[in-house]
Design a protein around this ligand. Structure first.
Ligand SMILES: [Zn+2]
Ligand SMILES: [Zn+2]
Length: 155
């Protein structure tokens, strides 16, 4: 799909670009550039950082991936049919990313931002969150640790 998309735009999905995209797809969540580089090195031992960064730059400019600023990582965009990215909700713990495609919500938000005299500095709108899995992990981690709370703790 990404290949067809690039072909339409007259650009090429080179093997390195494709590999980086595949790694991001396989991880299923936001991944930091250095972990991508590590994985690339396991496949192509000679991979140099600039190669990976250039591939990331290309994928970003093609709109195939997102830069997740709050955790400084990259994630695949799962919707190539939208000309604009949606609103991203990013799990700050594990890097899970969900993209909300609510054009009206986005427009309303942007209109408010512009009414306040601002313009967005990037196209990304990113919300920080904790995903369902991480919330569940928090709950199960808290349970056994919770010794009989006979007294209420005041903090
Ligand atoms: Zn997107
Ligand atoms: Zn999470």
């Amino acid at each position: 799909m990404a290949e067809a998309y690039c072909r339409e735009r007259g650009e090429k999905l080179t093997p390195i670009r494709r590999k980086v995209l595949e790694l991001l797809l396989a991880s299923g969540r936001a991944t930091k550039a250095y972990s991508l580089l590590d994985e690339m090195r396991q496949i192509h031992p000679g991979s140099a950082p600039p190669t990976v960064y250039r591939a990331l730059d290309f994928l970003l400019s093609a709109g195939l991936i997102h830069r997740i600023e709050s955790i400084n990582a990259f994630a695949v965009c799962h919707d190539l049919t939208q000309c604009q990215h949606g609103i991203l909700v990013v799990c700050q713990q594990c890097g899970n990313v969900t993209e909300l495609h609510e054009p009206k919500l986005r427009q309303a938000l942007v209109a408010q931002i512009e009414a306040a005299g601002y313009r967005l500095s990037g196209e990304g709108i990113e919300l920080k969150g904790v995903c369902a899995q991480c919330q569940a992990a928090e709950v199960s981690a808290a349970k056994p640790a919770a010794a009989p709370p006979s007294e209420t703790t005041h903090s």
